[in-house]
Design a protein around this ligand. Structure first.
Ligand code: PXG
Length: 292
């Protein structure tokens, strides 16, 4: 498949879509990104992703070289150029090409890259049977070192955790924060159900403020299910009635095991299934139109 890739206002064939080896995004992971889904000719929660991208950029003192509305227009145009109807779009803002030194002042202008692609979905079976998880030994980056609220190009912390989970034969890795409380999974936020209510680590637990996490809060309100943001321990997960993960790629997906302990019955529970259904309904029926 020959994708059309957006780089700084122009579209390039995939083979010609290149950036400098001196880009600080490559040299230092100095940049930010977003991963966004589009369903049925509509981009899901585009404004929220754009807002988070601006927040991440601000936090690393990177000025996105185009306006929010220009980036929205470029995102929609990139999907149209590829004639996609369902898929995934990645927005990347790098510090740009500079010298080999760390100093970002050497970088003349940040670059904006947009890649639209089809997405390899998790098999439907996983939504019916649930994911297994292991606790990773590597801790989520401390906010004192690098805020996990920044969706930066430096994902080594998560990549190493993912490797660990994979080596242990698990579907996902649970990451704890420096204090040993539950933070999130390698690319997803985590929720548990107890006494019919939802609990999830609060924003200062060292997590990404997930767009899907926020959608679950909204759905919970509609479904009249109480949601608490709190500190969670591994024990809370082991003893939960149900557990599910949320993320742009995974959507809402049941998690049924942690460290070989079954969570609840070891099967996706009724609350989780309700959220999967409501989330799917929302993705089918809402979003920013691509072709109108
Ligand atoms: N935590 C982390 C560390 C993430 O990277 C989430 C939570 C969920 O956030 P959203 O906003 O998506 O609900 C993420 C998101 C990928 C990929 O290609 C990863 C994410 C999103 C999209 C694609 O692996 N992570």
């Amino acid at each position: 498949m020959n994708l059309k890739i957006y780089i700084d206002g122009n579209f390039y064939d995939q083979a010609e879509a290149k950036i400098s080896v001196f880009d600080h995004g490559l040299l230092y992971g100095d940049g930010v990104f977003e991963g966004i889904r589009f369903y049925n000719d509509r981009v899901f929660r585009l404004d929220q992703h754009i807002t988070r991208l601006w927040g991440s950029s601000k936090a690393i003192a990177l000025e996105v070289p185009i306006s929010k509305s220009e980036l929205v227009a470029a995102t929609l145009e990139t999907i149209r150029q590829n004639d996609f109807h369902d898929g995934y779009v990645r927005l990347i803002v790098t510090r740009g090409a500079g010298s080999l030194g760390l100093n970002p002042d050497s970088c003349r202008r940040p670059s904006v890259i947009i890649i639209a692609a089809t997405i390899a979905l998790y098999p439907e079976e996983l939504y019916q049977k649930g994911l297994t998880m292991v606790t990773c030994s590597i801790r989520r980056t401390s906010p004192a070192a690098l805020s996990p609220r920044i969706k930066s190009l430096n994902y080594l912390n998560n990549v190493l955790a993912k490797l660990e989970a994979q080596n242990a034969g698990a579907g996902e890795g649970l990451m704890l924060n420096e204090q040993g409380y539950v933070a999130e999974c390698t690319g997803d936020n985590i929720f548990i159900v107890r006494s019919g209510q939802l609990s999830t680590p609060h924003l200062n637990s060292g997590i990404l403020e997930g767009v899907t996490r926020a959608v679950v809060f909204e759905l919970a309100e509609e479904l009249k299910i109480r949601t608490m943001e709190c500190e969670l321990t591994k024990h809370d997960i082991y003893t939960a009635e149900e557990c599910f993960l949320t993320g742009t790629a995974a959507e809402v997906i049941p998690a049924v095991q942690l460290d070989r302990r079954l969570i609840g019955t070891g099967q996706p529970g009724p609350v989780t299934l309700k959220f999967i259904e409501s989330f799917r309904e929302l993705t089918r029926t809402t979003g920013t139109p691509i072709y109108e």
